[in-house]
Each structure stands twice: as C-alpha cells, then as structure tokens.
Design a protein around this ligand. Sequence first.
Ligand SMILES: NC(=O)c1ccc[n+]([C@@H]2O[C@H](COP(=O)([O-])OP(=O)(O)OC[C@H]3O[C@@H](n4cnc5c(N)ncnc54)[C@H](OP(=O)(O)O)[C@@H]3O)[C@@H](O)[C@H]2O)c1
Length: 289
Amino acid sequence: MFDQLKNSTRTNIICIFGHPIQHSMSPIMHNVAFKDLGLDYVYIAIDIAPNNLKQAFDVVRALDIKGANITVPHKETTLKYVDEISPLARRIGAINTIKNENGRLIGRNTDASGAKKALKEANININGKNIMIIGAGGAARALAHSFIEEVNNLVIINRTSDRGKTLATELTKVYHKEVLYKKFDNKIFEEMLPSIDILVNTTTIGMFPNILLSPIPKNYLHEDLTVFDIIYNPLETQLMKYASEKGCRVLGGLDMLIYQGISSFEWWTNKTPNIELMKRSVLNEFVVK
Ligand SMILES: NC(=O)c1ccc[n+]([C@@H]2O[C@H](COP(=O)([O-])OP(=O)(O)OC[C@H]3O[C@@H](n4cnc5c(N)ncnc54)[C@H](OP(=O)(O)O)[C@@H]3O)[C@@H](O)[C@H]2O)c1
C-alpha cells in the first residue's frame, strides 16, 4: 500500500474516518489511482470512535492532512467540526468529504451525485416513481435530498423514530412535498412494498461482517421492484440475493462508491482518476478475499 511513498516529508495524506472501518474499500481504490497518476499521496483508513471525532479533526489540522472521507457513523456529526460547509452538504445535513485548505476544513457531500450517477449508468429512472428508503443516516439523507424533486412518492423507514421523522419532516418542509415516515417493521414492509417501485437500502444491515443479514425478508419482495442496496461490501448482499431470486432488478453499491470517490479525488487533487482501474482494484480485492 505504501509503495507510492516517494518522499515522506512531502507526501500528502488523505484519510477516511469511520467506526467500524474494516469494510472500507476506499484506501484500495484511491491508492491505486494516486499511484497511476504518479501523485505523491497516500490514503489511510482510521477507526475513530464517535467520542474521539473532534480530536480527530484537530489532528487533521495539526498534521496538515490534506483531506478525508467520512463514513459510518460520523457523516452528520462532522458538520460541527469543519470551518465551512458547501450549500449542498448543509442542505443534506451530512458530509462525506473534507478538504484542508491551509488549515481551514471544508466539507462537501459527494454521496448524492455518486448515487444518481450510479442509477443513471444502470438505466434506472427514478422519475415519477414510488421510492422507499430504509435508513435515515448520513447516506439516506444524501439520497433522499437528491431524489425528492423527481419522484412521485418517497417514504422513509427507520428503526429510530426521531431520526426518521426528522428527515421526513425536513424534506416535506424544504421541498413542499409530503414525505412519509414509518417505523422499521416487517408489517410496514408487507403493507407498503406492493406499491413501491424502487427500494433503497441505506442501513448497515448486511454489511461486512454481518453478511447473512437482510433488512427485509424475501417474501415481501416482488418482481416489479427495483432494489438498490448501497452497501458494497459484500458486493452482493443478502438482500440483493433475495431480490434476484424474486426476479427484481438489482443494483449494488459498488458504482456509487466509485463515483462518489471520483468526485472526492478530483476535489483533492484537481486530477481525474482512471475509473476502470479504481473499479478493478476493488473487484480484485474481493477475488483475493
Ligand atoms: N456505496 C457507497 O458509495 C456508500 C456511500 C455511503 C454509505 N454507504 C453504506 O451505507 C450504509 C449506511 O451508511 P451511513 O453513513 O448512512 O451510516 P449511518 O449514518 O450510521 O446510518 C446507518 C443507518 O442504518 C440503520 N441501522 C443500523 N443498524 C440497524 C439495525 N440493526 N436495524 C435497523 N436499522 C439499522 C440506522 O438506524 P438508526 O437511526 O435507528 O440507528 C441508520 O438509519 C453503510 O453500509 C455504508 O457503507 C455506501
């Protein structure tokens, strides 16, 4: 991983903060792309517990770390610790990318554009569709804000009512379009899924290492449903397996990961990485595993 280090006094450090973090494929794809472009950068994954997040940003400033990605569960809390927030990230209420400009930390959100690009490339049209998003965390916020204006109906399902209700209420207010919130419950899936066109999983249920879990039992899925599971580790989640068996159209999180990563990379370096190389490096990691 560190074979691209040329001069340790000048090497630019980028990191990703998460908890847990062992599932992350971001170091692999970014390090491959830095090396490919001959950039003296290194990308490091760091496990930061929620109560240490503030200190982590102090370290970013002190060590002149050039940028960071933010993942589960820190995307919302990060808003408190940066100096400037892009209008989109502020509207979404979640940051997944930081750039350090001479000690000033600027936060953006590239999850929203990454998800939309992945859907577009897969020819999945959200326009006029009934969408159910399960989860109300950082990723759910990005997707909900980027989908709301195009869809027919949007329903948010979440385990913790406060978080789910807050997101639904906020969307309703900002976009003048009613967004429903329902508590995460099998009864709700049974009742509502028959009228849903696209189901988006943004919970961590099924993510490595808990790969046998699915947020929804197989029997509630139906063949007219498109299932977008934004988890990318594993590449095919249990939910995606169930959905394929039921004849649904299925999209996993890998392409979203690549597209959100490209936007971050371009912002940090002003260079465009090789998409195919980044994608191959992640796929190769799964083969090796
Ligand atoms: N493909 C990509 O590019 C990409 C980008 C971003 C995120 N992701 C993936 O998306 C997932 C979520 O990321 P995030 O940053 O949004 O995380 P987050 O802010 O921590 O949100 C996690 C969500 O999962 C829900 N959840 C967790 N465990 C649950 C359980 N046992 N039962 C029901 N709900 C549960 C949480 O509900 P509560 O509110 O009740 O806690 C919350 O809604 C992760 O798997 C991440 O890797 C992928």
